[in-house]
Design a protein. Structure first.
Length: 253
């Protein structure tokens, strides 16, 4: 279960769209209300952000392909043929769109039947994913937190369509943090889900505790970015010490 410290750290980021926790379930979750409306998968994240409520969805509630990447339904022949992407003008021919259906990450069919969406602030379970929609300054802090302890590289894997495959199933299966930028992906742009230029960052359960620890321990504003005299003096002192650490300096002594 997310600690109060974790909730406070995500709140401290001050994101316009608060962080959302997701849980993938085989059986119907208890003490959670059914959404009772039909949206696309990415819009359910926004629904949790704007209403502040916890809810679950089924495949019948999703009117796009999020249910497909989660293994709730089979890959539809029309989509897998690439014809839709071609007719939308996203691809030169059906073939490159069809290729995505063979390389994208999906979850084992039938293993996910319900998905819980919940604002992190009221989350009472261990999330499979935490989704953050951040402006650039907030995203810099979050992404730095993903590598502050481990040194993991920032790797973004996405495509112009089916961004849900890379933002929900891929992080969950791979254990890697993934991100995309709003305004670049067909479905979200078409639906105007978020303003363009926001960073959507998906943190899977495998990395979540590390990211929370990093947010708690690391400086959010780096000393080299500060303009106050005290910080500038401290930075200069640290850099001056580099000279005393060099082999050439030791030889001169």
């Amino acid at each position: 279960m997310l600690s109060q410290t974790a909730k406070d750290l995500f709140a401290k980021l001050g994101m316009e769209y608060p962080a959302v926790a997701l849980k993938f379930c085989y059986a119907q979750p208890e003490r959670v209300e059914h959404i009772g409306k039909t949206l696309s998968f990415c819009e359910f994240v926004k629904e949790a952000q704007t209403t502040g409520k916890k809810f679950f969805i089924t495949k019948e509630d999703d009117n796009c392909f999020g249910k497909m990447v989660l293994g709730m339904i089979d890959k539809p022949g029309l989509g897998a043929s690439g014809q839709a992407g071609y007719d939308f003008g996203v691809f030169k021919s059906p073939a490159p769109n069809a290729r995505l259906y063979n390389v994208m990450t999906t979850i084992v069919p039938g293993s996910v039947n319900f998905v819980v969406f919940c604002p992190v602030a009221i989350c009472d379970f261990d999330p499979d994913l935490v989704i953050c929609v951040a402006e650039n300054e907030q995203a810099e802090i979050l992404m730095r937190a993903t590598s502050y302890i481990s040194g993991d590289l920032w790797e973004t894997k996405c495509s112009s369509v089916l961004s849900c495959a890379w933002m929900y199933s891929y992080p969950y299966v791979s254990g890697k943090v993934n991100s995309c930028i709003t305004g670049l992906h067909h479905g979200m742009k078409r639906r105007k889900t978020y303003p363009a230029g926001r960073h959507i960052i998906a943190i899977p359960y495998q990395k979540l505790h590390e990211v929370i620890q990093a947010l708690e321990e690391m400086p959010w504003e780096l000393i080299a970015m500060k303009e106050d005299p005290e910080s500038k003096a401290e930075l200069k002192a640290r850099m001056d010490r580099w000279q005393t650490m060099s082999p050439d300096f030791l030889l001169k002594e």
